[in-house]
Unconditional design. Structure first.
Length: 170
């Protein structure tokens, strides 16, 4: 019989005071409602339980909650200065040419004009060209289609960020 122990970061998260837990979750996702739901459902036995709770909370976010979550993300190609998370996630833009950066900026502006928010994609592991191609593809979507794609992309980003939270050593 094998037993699995709770990862140190998850055990630590489970024992945080409510305010501290929500602050840690806010680092992963700017949605107050998402953080409230995940914090309230503690303790989690496994990281998978936390990820499942994240997915369930993400599925129930309102359009306003999604807007709040998106507001915490910088445009692709322009990570927040001094923010190691956005820099790490947008690493695919690190070696991008000035031409690609300019094109992506123009596409980001057109996307934002159409949808009223930054283009959001789980950038981890993607090249600058892949992100540019995704903007080009998604800019033709309806607002409703795009909102559901954004919900899915936020879910992916949240899982990656939560994994970092639960795997952290003290």
């Amino acid at each position: 019989m094998t037993t699995t122990s709770t990862p140190p970061g998850l055990a630590r998260f489970n024992h945080l005071e409510e305010r501290e837990a929500r602050a840690a979750l806010h680092e992963a996702c700017a949605s107050t409602e998402w953080a409230r739901r995940l914090s309230a459902a503690r303790p989690y036995a496994t990281a998978e339980d936390l990820y499942a709770a994240s997915d369930a909370a993400m599925a129930e976010l309102t359009a306003g909650d999604l807007q709040e979550a998106m507001a915490g993300h910088p445009p692709i190609g322009r990570p927040k200065p001094g923010d190691p998370t956005s820099a790490r996630e947008q690493r695919g833009m690190a070696g991008a040419s000035e031409e690609l950066r300019t094109e992506l900026l123009e596409l980001n502006l057109a996307y934002q004009e159409k949808f009223g928010h930054v283009f959001l994609i789980c950038a981890t592991g993607r090249t600058g060209e892949q992100m540019r191609d995704a903007v080009k593809e998604r800019i033709g979507n309806s607002p409703e289609q795009e909102r559901e794609i954004v919900r899915t992309e936020l879910g992916k980003i949240n899982r990656i960020r939560l994994a970092r939270l639960v795997e952290e050593d003290a």
